[in-house]
Design a binder for this molecule. Structure first.
Ligand SMILES: *[C@@H]1O[C@H](CO)[C@@H](O)[C@H](O)[C@H]1NC(C)=O
Ligand SMILES: *[C@@H]1O[C@H](CO)[C@@H](O)[C@H](O)[C@H]1NC(C)=O
Ligand SMILES: *[C@@H]1O[C@H](CO)[C@@H](O)[C@H](O)[C@H]1NC(C)=O
Ligand SMILES: *[C@@H]1O[C@H](CO)[C@@H](O)[C@H](O)[C@H]1NC(C)=O
Ligand SMILES: *[C@@H]1O[C@H](CO)[C@@H](O)[C@H](O)[C@H]1NC(C)=O
Ligand SMILES: *[C@@H]1O[C@H](CO)[C@@H](O)[C@H](O)[C@H]1NC(C)=O
Ligand SMILES: *[C@@H]1O[C@H](CO)[C@@H](O)[C@H](O)[C@H]1NC(C)=O
Length: 269
């Protein structure tokens, strides 16, 4: 029994060494300050997947997400679910106005050609809205959760002077790429991730917008020198584009960014 166990342990060890020894063709970027930058996020041309750019301010040790119009600080990253949370901008004029500071760039707008979208984990409040919103599918009733937020939050207290606000949860069939504020629409927004509606506003998390990245495909290559020993450079379904496809017996693990063996436990037991 003991011997059998130690054999199993040795086997696990050997397999783990093998996995660790597999040089990855997909290079993870170095940490940004104390924050890990998981694959496929890329802080530079030599690492990650170039479609998944984020920016590391090395001096501040902080990560930022650049949209075409504006930069947002990244406050957390969850690699296993392919999501990160950005910090939305605050209210103008030291919170004395119900207008968020990104009104000039019409709120948060992601480039729809990039593999990022706004998740259904966000509860979004549109604030200081015009009457035209009453004809929208958003919940702009007097009992809408946005009123609970306004009534109980110091930062949004000025929004109490603006009668119309609306609550919205992305998802459904349409992919969401923007939280739009503009003249004639709404002048401010707030977003909260994984909000527990039973909690009082005083126990809500800090505002945040959760963004999801589409699982990355295998890394691009022009020839075999771009790939490691675990993969082969071959044409992909897209004409003229080749990728490092994993060799027989291995599969592309997009979370780790490597060619991986099957589930370790399936193999041993
Ligand atoms: C405005 O609200 C934010 C919370 O989003 C808070 O961090 C900040 O201190 C407030 N600013 C002022 C001047 O009260
Ligand atoms: C609502 O937005 C308008 C237009 O930007 C602004 O003039 C007004 O001050 C805002 N309302 C409040 C209560 O801040
Ligand atoms: C913001 O970016 C989008 C493209 O994502 C662009 O269409 C729009 O005009 C920009 N808005 C402003 C105010 O810069
Ligand atoms: C709007 O939200 C409130 C609070 O969650 C809810 O009670 C109400 O039924 C909703 N109204 C509509 C039209 O969805
Ligand atoms: C918010 O406060 C206003 C004014 O005190 C009150 O009429 C309204 O019922 C409150 N709404 C919610 C949802 O708490
Ligand atoms: C965002 O993209 C993912 C991955 O493609 C998709 O599964 C998800 O439904 C999208 N989310 C939204 C809110 O559109
Ligand atoms: C392989 O591609 C690299 C660029 O990715 C290039 O520098 C190198 O010359 C190529 N090697 C061959 C044998 O084509």
């Amino acid at each position: 029994m003991a011997a059998k166990c130690s054999v199993a342990i040795m086997l696990v060890g050997a397999l783990m060494l093998m996995c660790a020894g597999l040089a990855s063709s997909a290079t993870r970027c170095p940490d940004c300050g104390s924050t890990q930058v998981p694959y496929p996020l890329s802080t530079g041309p030599g690492c990650g997947d170039q479609l998944y750019k984020v920016r590391c301010d090395g001096g501040a040790g902080a990560l930022f997400f650049d949209t075409p119009n504006r930069t947002y600080p990244i406050s957390s990253i969850s690699q296993t679910i392919q999501r990160f949370v950005i910090q939305p901008p605050s209210f103008l004029d030291n919170n004395n106005t119900c207008v968020t500071t990104d009104l000039s760039t019409e709120g948060l707008q992601l480039d729809p050609n990039l593999p990022f979208n706004i998740t259904s984990g966000n509860t979004i409040f549109y604030l200081n809205c015009s009457e035209s919103l009453l004809r929208s599918p958003l919940n702009c009733t007097s009992t809408s959760l946005c009123h609970t937020y306004i009534n109980n939050s110091a930062e949004a207290s000025s929004c109490g002077r603006a009668p119309i606000c609306c609550t919205f949860r992305p998802g459904g069939s349409a992919t969401t790429y923007s939280i739009r504020v503009r003249d004639g629409g709404c002048q401010a927004y707030r977003s909260f991730v994984n909000l527990d509606y039973s909690l009082p506003v005083s126990r809500w998390p800090a505002p945040g917008v959760e963004i999801e990245w589409v699982p990355p495909p295998e890394p691009l290559c022009t020839n075999q020198t771009d790939c490691d020993a675990t993969s082969t450079c071959a044409p992909s379904a897209t004409v003229g584009v080749s990728r490092c496809f994993c060799n027989t017996g291995l599969h592309w693990d997009y979370v780790a960014g490597t060619c991986a063996l099957g589930n370790l436990f399936d193999i041993i037991f």
